[in-house]
Write a protein of this length. Sequence first.
Length: 461
Amino acid sequence: MYSLYIRWRTSATESRRSKSCVRSTFPFPFSAPYSSFPAVFPRCYQTTVSSPAPSAPRRATRAAFAFIFVTVALDMLALGIMVPVLPKLVIQLEGGDMALAASMTGIFGFTWNAMQFLFSPLIGAASDRFGRRPIVLLSNFGLGLDYVLMALAPNLAWLFAGRVISGITAASFSSATAYVADVSPPEKRAAHLGMIGAAFGLGFIVGPAVGGLLGQIDLRLPFWVAASLSLANAAYGFFVLPESLPQERRAKIVWAKASPLGSMALLRSRQALLGLAAVTFLDYVAHESLPSCFVIYTDYRYGWNERNIGLVLAAVGLSTTIVQAALIGPAVKKLGERGALIAGMALGAVAFTFYGAASDGAVFLLGIPFGALWGIAAPALQALMTRQVDPMQQGRLQGAISSLRGIGGLIGPLMFTQAFAAAIRKDALLPNPGAPYFLAAILLVACTAASAQVTRPATDQ
């Protein structure tokens, strides 16, 4: 359930190696770097990093950065608030039919990710052409209206429309990252981007807990709170947020570069890079089992309510953040990038085995530390991939990885929710609600084996 902080921190590291690209992903509370939360979890974005205007006053720069920090934190908080309740609302609108609700959740997740996949590069290009401010404000306003729509949704058709709007408007989160790059001096850019990553993490640790508590009062109350946060954010920004990209530094929209698949040809340039790309893709697909199925699975199997789900997600987000902050560096130093990659993938497979086999909630919780440790694989994998391309190709590589994540986000929600729905039907051939997590475990076992093979030293092959 975590695509969040891990992948963001990884990309912030890589941005130091390639100043032409800043990649951001947001912390999803299960390790390895956030869809029935359908898509409450924004994915990955690529954006041009420009140098800050030399004449920008230091105080104005600090004020602009502070606003973007608050903007991101509030937006992530609003998104996180919906995580424990959105799948429950789908169940309610489906009349309590869990299998049908799981199928619809997968369709919602596919749709949201499709909007992200298609519109992220287009909106990123639009922010380069028209400036960051209008894109950030339109995103806040659009998300606020979307939450109102979902709060009022009388049926699944309305909720589906809300998912489409959310997928499009949330695709502009890359503009907030670009804004930070615009206003930050080169020597402070990495630190500022790290603070934006902290805002992502803060929102997704606090948000699910708040959403779970509000959802117990009324299932639609979290949507109203999320709408209030986003609309207040848009109003505040309208009066105080300056534009960060001067007219003379704006670029024309080049549609070929705005294609989500345009940079993937690079992955075929080397055999080792292609193998690592395959590992990356399977890793992303496996990750989708968590946001797609977690709420419905834990409701069906353990009877967890919104409060329990929200608190567990907050705890998972916290444990993942601890791994990111304290363990990745020592793990890579001790095991090397290859060893950290293999160990992380293997630990992820163990986590999913716990999730799928757990007959009660206490056993499920035992898998969470292994899931958090899965996060050590992502930075090692990214580092190995960056070694396969020239310095001038790092931006293209990050764009290709973003496309892999987008495709995984299209396939995963449908695959795992349909597996869950098939496994809990009365006429199921192999009835086992843990089916989606066993499937994810198999994918990570394949990742472990492929990682070991692809990264073998040449003398061993």
